[in-house]
Design a protein around this ligand. Structure first.
Ligand SMILES: [Fe+2]
Length: 405
């Protein structure tokens, strides 16, 4: 309480009222301000059918052209952008105190990587469909091997680091050398296709800093999302940035499941669409009159869509409608399993891979809204693709065992 009447002063609430504004527009974070200062646009939406359609604007710091990407629900969790490397040219060398992975949308070239003080540069080659990771704070230079431009899609942990340090200079000019992240060994960027269980959920994982061909690489059977679903988690440069590569068989679709935001699906093969809706609307949102709140993004390579664009838990469900199987990546930033709340050793379970009646969030096919199947069948018909969803998948006692061919 005081006797100054200016509106800029804080006032104790009067009886029965609560303190504070009650509502406001979210303030810009240091990372939002950094993106603005770069002079290129930032694409903010639920998704886009292909990132090749994003505007490419001259980007002085990198020496290429690009757009930032911040899909709804991913704000403050992780960042992304597309960057075009000029034909027969290169991006400016850089290092930074955040993790970065690059997926090659178009083109071919090479990357030079070195740590401050290293005499030798490590060089490896990439092409369309390759993915690789830059070790934390290592110098790197992206070189285009062809006369045509190359287009790369990046995912980074920059928002977390910038929002914490609140200093662009500290992020791009830190002398710290992470030798534990970059051995400099000759095989550092050699593709390793051995499979091991990931240490948290026991799902298939490959320790490799480079995957030459995400579009066609072999994927082990997973079976958690649809009959015959295949999936692998590449573990790169000791990153916290988590991602996987998965594939649904032609003519089959993913069960819906719900979790909070972070994941962005990236279509790399086939074409299809994703439905997403808030979990509180229930498992049959069409039937219950919530169709207007269901979001849908149609995509082809390289399309992107936020799995939970509203932040809280949203259901999402993916449908391939092409003769090619639907191959997706999902990028999460550091929001990976194993970093859930709770003390170490507390009990967690694979709730996004278990059906609702098992305590998970998967909607089994028999429980889903009839509109899901109807839309899928119509889309397959329109594309001349055979429906391979067998009638027993919709039986209540179907256990998700391997499909009978
Ligand atoms: Fe998901």
């Amino acid at each position: 309480m005081h006797d100054v009447t200016s509106k800029t002063h804080w006032h104790e609430p009067t009886a029965g009222k609560r303190a504070g504004f009650g509502q406001w527009g979210r303030v810009k974070t240091p990372y939002d301000e950094f993106m603005e200062s770069e002079g290129i646009p930032c694409f903010r939406d639920i998704g886009i059918s292909k990132v090749q359609n994003l505007p490419l604007v001259p980007w002085k710091r990198t020496g290429g052209r690009g757009s930032y990407i911040q899909l709804h629900g991913t704000e403050t969790k992780w960042g992304g952008y597309v960057v075009e490397v000029p034909g027969a040219g290169a991006l400016n060398p850089e290092k930074h105190l955040f993790e970065k992975i690059y997926y090659v949308v178009e083109g071919r070239g090479s990357t030079e990587v070195w740590i401050e003080g290293d005499k030798k540069k490590h060089i490896f080659e990439w092409q369309e469909g390759s993915i690789f990771s830059i070790p934390m704070n290592a110098w790197h230079r992206i070189v285009n091997a062809s006369s045509a431009p190359a287009l790369l899609l990046a995912g980074t942990t920059a928002p977390i680091v910038m929002n914490t340090l609140q200093s662009v200079d500290a992020v791009f000019n830190c002398p710290m050398v992470f030798r534990d992240r970059f051995s400099g060994g000759d095989d550092y960027y050699k593709y390793k296709d051995d499979i091991e269980p990931d240490p948290v959920r026991g799902l298939a994982m490959r320790r490799t800093n480079f995957v030459p061909d995400v579009v066609n690489c072999e994927l082990p059977l997973d079976n958690r999302r649809s009959p015959g679903y295949r999936r692998v988690e590449p573990f790169m440069t000791n990153n916290t940035f988590y991602f996987w590569i998965g594939q649904h068989e032609t003519g089959r679709y993913s069960k819906a499941h719900a979790h909070t935001s972070a994941a962005v699906l990236i279509c790399v093969k086939g074409k299809g669409y994703t439905h997403t809706w808030p979990e509180h609307l229930g498992v049959t949102p069409w039937k219950d009159g919530h169709e207007d709140k269901i979001k849908r993004v149609d995509y082809e390579p390289v399309g992107i869509v936020s799995a939970a664009p509203g932040g809280a838990r949203w259901y999402h469900q993916h449908f391939g409608v092409s003769k090619d199987p639907l191959r997706l990546m999902a990028w999460f930033g550091p929001w990976n399993p194993g970093r859930e709340p709770g003390p170490p050793g507390s009990k967690h379970f694979d709730y996004t891979g278990m059906d609702i009646h098992e305590g998970g969030t998967n909607i089994p096919y028999w429980m889903e809204d009839p509109q899901v199947k109807a839309d899928f069948e119509a889309a397959l018909d329109a594309n001349g693709v055979t429906n391979r969803m067998r009638s027993e998948y919709y039986d209540k006692d179907y256990k998700g065992e391997l499909p009978q061919e």
